[in-house]
Design a protein around this ligand. Structure first.
Ligand SMILES: N[C@@H](CCC(=O)N[C@@H](CS)C(=O)NCC(=O)O)C(=O)O
Length: 358
């Protein structure tokens, strides 16, 4: 029996219509999700809550004055947010690399008992992050932002450093929060002697931070959220140029600033951790994987294996959140299997490189 061919639009017209509808929608969704400049390059919006933690009065005289982070609002004296145990919490999503930085520093400083963690998960249909359990009467992170600042109009991002006493946001910029956890909480940290922000290394840290933020941390997003071929080429070129420089440095140096672990390393680590599983494919950072770089791979492993760090790392959640929720980049929401996943627990082979006893 002869089969009747299925009735359909001519493929050419179907494809043209589909392409037009989809690409128009894609542009609209991308411009909501990822603001861009005139050339189609992604621009990350600036964080809006930049308050400091004050030191208790008895410590102000003894603790050496530290350089303030560039944009943080200095409130060291009479701060409405004095650093105290069991008063602050971090609101984080486990997939977010910026939030992950704060969990790593909390672990390395031994602040797990005194700074709580509240988890959020992404729900784009609810307009962003939602709490896994209701928090301060809020179901969504946007409600918590509105509690902190009625009428708040900006992005509702994680991480958030939250003050439980005043039910408000102290700071929502990861670069600030990790400095506050390192510098301000030593009187109740279990590992106060570990200084991840040593004054003598700050200029070197800043040099790395500037390059790594633009080309790697935000660089992977600039690849993934690029809305033109030229913007993608630029971001991808800079990313891999920077990874090559990092590889060359880390071949003969234990950490970015020499023989001491600093916040600059933590900032790099959380991007490296997500690279092969997510950025390589979803964000098209596909020239090489981190596991293809001997020094960077070993360096990533060493950081992962530091006490307390592995407990902050959840690759399954990372994959689920990125592939499942960035609809314009992955409309089907399918989470891919990883071909050869990197073994974070394998020997890091970094013990021959000098390590400071400090
Ligand atoms: N500059 C911020 C960026 C934080 C950020 O972009 N977080 C993302 C998750 S990875 C977020 O919460 N995005 C929600 C949104 O933009 O609406 C920081 O480093 O703290």
């Amino acid at each position: 029996m002869a089969l009747t061919p299925p009735r359909t639009l001519p493929p050419g017209l179907l494809i043209q219509t589909g392409q037009w509808v989809w690409s128009s929608l894609w542009q609209v969704m991308m411009s909501q999700m990822a603001p861009r400049d005139r050339d189609g390059a992604y621009i990350r919006p600036a964080s809006q809550f930049r308050h400091d933690l004050g030191l208790p009065p008895e410590l102000e005289k003894t603790e050496p004055e530290k350089i303030q982070p560039e944009k943080i609002q200095p409130e060291k004296t009479n701060s409405p947010h004095p650093a105290e145990p069991n008063r602050y919490r971090l609101i984080v999503g486990l997939s977010c690399p910026w939030a992950h930085r704060t969990l790593v520093v909390r672990a390395l400083k031994g602040l797990e008992e005194t700074i709580a963690v509240t988890l959020v998960v992404p729900r784009p249909e609810a307009g962003g992050w939602i709490f896994t359990e209701p928090f301060a009467g809020c179901q969504t992170l946007a409600q918590a932002y509105a509690l902190a600042q009625p009428g708040y109009q900006g992005r509702c991002t994680v991480p958030v450093l939250w003050d439980d006493r005043h039910n408000t946001i102290v700071n929502n910029e990861s670069a600030d929060i990790i400095r506050l956890l390192n510098d301000r909480c030593n009187h109740f940290a279990q590992v106060p002697q570990r200084d991840l922000d040593p004054p003598d290394l700050r200029p070197t840290m800043e040099d790395w931070n500037t390059k790594i933020y633009h080309r790697v941390n935000n660089g992977v997003y600039r690849c993934g959220f690029a809305q033109t071929q030229a913007a993608y080429e630029q971001a991808c070129g800079e990313l891999f140029e920077q990874l090559d420089e990092l590889e060359a440095t880390l071949q003969h140096q234990r950490y970015l600033c020499g023989d001491r672990l600093t916040l600059a390393d933590i900032r790099l680590f959380t991007t490296l951790f997500r690279f092969d599983a997510v950025y390589y494919s979803l964000f098209k950072c596909s020239r090489r994987r981190i596991q293809d770089y001997a020094a960077l791979g070993g360096y990533g492993r060493e950081l992962y294996q530091l006490p307390g760090v592995a407990e902050t790392c959840n690759l399954q959640q990372v994959k689920q959140d990125y592939f499942g929720n960035l609809f314009p980049l992955n409309p089907g929401g399918i989470v891919p299997q990883s071909s050869q996943s990197f073994d974070w627990l394998a020997p890091h082979d970094r013990d021959h490189l000098p390590l400071s006893a400090a």
